[in-house]
Each structure stands twice: as structure tokens, then as C-alpha cells.
Design a binder for this molecule. Structure first.
Ligand SMILES: [Zn+2]
Length: 255
């Protein structure tokens, strides 16, 4: 069985003390493909180090995270573009709009999202979307940018059935993580109406640990709790969930 974690920040400082153990636990749990979203320029060195240490398992993305869009947005975007031109990345992410923490830079967030979508299209790369309290704003831009060259993952999808269908209409897979295991997470209520072909699994480690680890540091091996929950929702085996969602990840990332 091969489980693919399509969104994990294994380079985070929260893993500095025990990163090798965390990754060994993932490998022991059959989680052997890690797709690594970027945040901003300050994290690149640790991302490259992770890739150097685990070249077989690690697939890096490049992008500017919406909560890190600030006054220096032009500088940060130039950094993203420079690196996208310089070497192989497997996606542009995570990018999007986040109005939960701060609305100050909404205009800049919209601009950065549009710009990075354009680069993804030029490079024929998928995007990894971060959306928090911003479905309308995100959909507005996807509506403008939609087409055969726009595709990717709606990371940490927490919307309703209508929003799920709309995301899928833009060639997005739904990134399902720990929230699906939460009692009040709601997405488990309608997910069986969405074919598994549209779903990928993720942890967003170190954030959003699934039940029974909710509130603790998340790690990639905990993705098995998400796989088990999906097996329950779709009434199929864990192996079948792993197989289909890994195939979906290959269709998106091309590897
Ligand atoms: Zn993330």
C-alpha cells in the first residue's frame, strides 16, 4: 500500500527535534510520498534540506502563502518566480486567500494569487489552494482563470457540497485531511456524494491533527486516520482509498 500525503510541512521547525523519527513513522505506516508546499522565502533552505535528506519521498512545491503576503509582496513574488525558473518544482503552492487572520492585505493577496496562477499555467504545474473564510474571493478568481490549463488541489477543503462541486468544476481535487475526522467537521456528511476520483488525502502537518490526536502536533503518519475515515465513508477498504487517492495525486503532480 502507498499512501500519498499531498500537503505536509515536514520542514517546519516543529519537527527539528525529531524529524527523522517522524519520517520513519510515516514510512512504517506506508506513507511514502510527501508533497511539500512552500510558505515564503525564509523556509526554502529547510525545504531543500528535507529534499536532500529524503530525495525518494519528497516533492517540493514553490509559492507564497496568503498569510505571508505583506508589504514586501513584490519581493516575495520575485523570489517565487526566480526559483520556478531555476529548477523543478511539482506544483505552485500554497497560494490563495486567507481572511480569517487578517483582511489588511486582501488586495495584495488577490494579486499574488492571480500572478502565481499565471506562472503555474505557464509551467503547466498544478496549484495548491489555501482558502480560509474566502470561498467567494477564491471562486471569483478561479472563474476568471478557469480552463484546461488550470488544475490542482483545493487544500484542506472544508466547504459544503455546493462549494465542493464548484471547486471540482475548476479541475480541482479536494484535499481531505484531519477535519473529516472531527465530530463537527461537517464534510463527512456529504463526501460520499463526491466520487473518490476527486479526492486526495493530506495532513497539513504540523497543523490540524485528526481525531484522536486533535489539538496535538500533527505528523504525516497520522494520515492513516484520514484514510480509515474515508474507507468508512465510501464503504471500501483502506487499501482501495490509498490506491485511488495515490493515483489521483499522480494525475495531478505528474509523478
Ligand atoms: Zn499548509
Amino acid at each position: 500500500m502507498i499512501i500519498t500525503d499531498t500537503h505536509t510541512h515536514l520542514y517546519s521547525e516543529q519537527f527539528n527535534e525529531d524529524r527523522n523519527d517522524v519520517i520513519q513513522r510515516a514510512l512504517d505506516a506506508d506513507v511514502s510520498r510527501f508533497f511539500i508546499p512552500a510558505i515564503d522565502s525564509t523556509y526554502l533552505d529547510s525545504m531543500l534540506q528535507l529534499e536532500k535528506d529524503f530525495p525518494e519521498n519528497t516533492f517540493l512545491m514553490m509559492g507564497l502563502h496568503p498569510t505571508h503576503v505583506k508589504e514586501n509582496v513584490e519581493e516575495e513574488l520575485a523570489f517565487v518566480k526566480n526559483w520556478l525558473d531555476k529548477r523543478t518544482f511539482y506544483g505552485v503552492g500554497e497560494i490563495g486567500i486567507d481572511l480569517y487572520w487578517d483582511k489588511t492585505f486582501l488586495k495584495q493577496q488577490q494579486y499574488a494569487f492571480r500572478q502565481q496562477i499565471k506562472w503555474a499555467k505557464e509551467k503547466k504545474l498544478p496549484i495548491a489552494i489555501h482558502c480560509r473564510d474566502a470561498f467567494d474571493e477564491i471562486f471569483e478568481i478561479l472563474e476568471e482563470e478557469k480552463g484546461a490549463d488550470l488544475f490542482g488541489i483545493f487544500h484542506c477543503f472544508t466547504g459544503n457540497l455546493k462549494q465542493a462541486k464548484q471547486a471540482i468544476s475548476y479541475n480541482m481535487k479536494l484535499g481531505i485531511g484531519g477535519v473529516v475526522t472531527f465530530k463537527n467537521g461537517k464534510i463527512d456528511q456529504f463526501l460520499n456524494e463526491i466520487p473518490l476520483e476527486h479526492i486526495v488525502v493530506e495532513t497539513d502537518a504540523p497543523y490540524l491533527a485528526p481525531t484522536p490526536f486533535r489539538g496535538k502536533r500533527n505528523e504525516t503518519s497520522y494520515i492513516t486516520k484520514v484514510v480509515e475515515k474515508l474507507a468508512d465513508i465510501y464503504q471500501i477498504s483502506n487499501e482501495e482509498v490509498a490506491k485511488t487517492t495515490t493515483q489521483n495525486s499522480k494525475d495531478i503532480f505528474g509523478i
